[in-house]
Design a protein around this ligand. Structure first.
Ligand code: PLP
Length: 365
């Protein structure tokens, strides 16, 4: 039912409520994929392989403490802190990194606050900043024949005395490019709170974001188990920052209302199976490099990527990204239109083959 049902209640909604697109529209690609299990789902940057067998065992055992509230500091917290060489007070584990990123926004931004974000990037940032009625200052990435790239001076130029937070996604979703460490340092050196969303960092071992957390008090790095660890459905993410920042971000999370015991156990089991993680990264990287030339051979402008996805530029193509995604959906594969790009997640070998065949059919139709 529409929010404006004539009861007069709409006058009470905060202004953003009238303009925000619905979650149903935002997640239409997920609805399409889950409604029909025969579709090949390459729209959500999930891992289409199941998680490590150790995760299965952990989830079965999770029945045993399903009745108990999760501990504030779990064995997963302790293990992550150990691996990253920080105290547990510098780390938050949440129901996906989405939840943590949102809490970071609410820690630093209010209605009217300026937050610098890249464009194109993960649409979630803009969406959640709009919900807060914050001012998203979108800084366009530079673009050339090789794809997109960050120009750090453009981001630095966008910073004003009103800037409360700078967000960088590296590798960037959906464009696939990374920000080089020297540029990241220049942004961090401003002293302004700086969120580095490293959701796809597993797929680019040459750009390790974690040293930053030992160098800066104003940097928060977020990571996820949804990609290389195959746990998108379980919801596990984490972030590391200074103890002071983490303490404040924590105040914006619902106490005890985030990640549950099954997810904590699954996350720990996934983390401990390093061989499985490394196999997933190698498999996806190899598949990505196998897919790119095949997309180009079809005449598509497919950009290089450091993530578990590739972007295809549809600017100038009849029907644009929406048209291409719809045509491919009609051929049985779900991919995601994002502005003038379509983003294709890397699946299993046979799924990627099915995508290439679907594209070939869609392009001649
Ligand atoms: C850039 C980026 N950050 C964060 C996430 C969040 O992942 P999750 O909430 O599953 O940890 C995603 C998911 O697609 C993403 O693309």
């Amino acid at each position: 039912m529409a929010a404006t049902s004539g009861t007069g209640i709409d006058a009470y909604f905060v202004p953003a409520a009238h303009t925000l697109p619905s979650n149903a529209a935002y997640l239409a690609h997920l609805a399409a994929a889950s409604a029909d299990p025969t579709l090949v789902r390459l729209a959500s940057n999930e891992n289409t392989e199941p998680a490590s067998p150790r995760v299965r065992a952990a989830l079965e055992a999770a029945y045993l403490d399903a009745n108990l509230s999760p501990p504030p500091i779990s064995p997963l917290h302790v293990e992550l802190a150990r691996r990253h060489g920080v105290e547990t007070s510098r780390l938050l584990v949440t129901a996906g990194s989405t939840e943590l990123i949102e809490a970071v926004f609410r820690t630093f931004a209010r209605a009217g606050s300026e937050v610098v974000i890249p464009a194109p990037s993960w649409p979630f940032y803009r969406r959640r900043l709009d919900a807060l009625e914050a001012r998203a200052i979108e800084v366009p990435l530079r673009r050339d024949a090789d794809g997109f790239r960050y120009e750090v001076d453009d981001l630095l130029d966008a910073i004003t005395p009103e800037t409360r937070l700078v967000v960088v996604c590296s590798p960037n979703n959906p464009s696939g490019n990374v920000m080089e460490p020297a540029d990241i340092h220049r942004l961090a050196d401003t002293g302004i709170p700086f969120l580095l969303d490293a959701a796809y960092a597993d797929f680019d071992p040459t750009h390790d974001p974690m040293p930053l957390v030992h160098e800066y008090d104003n940097v928060i790095v977020t990571r996820t188990f949804s990609k290389a660890y195959c746990l998108a459905g379980v919801r596990v993410g984490y972030g590391i920052g200074s103890a002071e920042v983490i303490d404040h971000v924590d105040r914006f999370l619902v106490p005890g209302g985030s990640i549950g015991n099954p997810a904590l156990h699954a996350g720990l089991a996934a983390l401990e199976d390093e061989a499985y993680h490394d196999h997933q990264v190698a498999r996806i990287t190899e598949e990505r490099e196998r897919l790119l030339p095949r997309l180009r051979k079809l005449g598509l402008a497919a950009y290089p990527s450091h993530g578990n996805f590739v972007a295809v530029d549809c600017a100038g193509r009849a029907g644009g990204a929406e048209g291409l995604a719809a045509a491919v959906l009609a051929e049985g594969v779900v991919i995601r239109p994002l502005g003038t790009l379509v983003r294709i997640s890397i699946g299993r070998s046979e799924e990627n083959d099915a995508l290439v065949e679907a594209l070939a059919r869609a392009l001649v139709a």
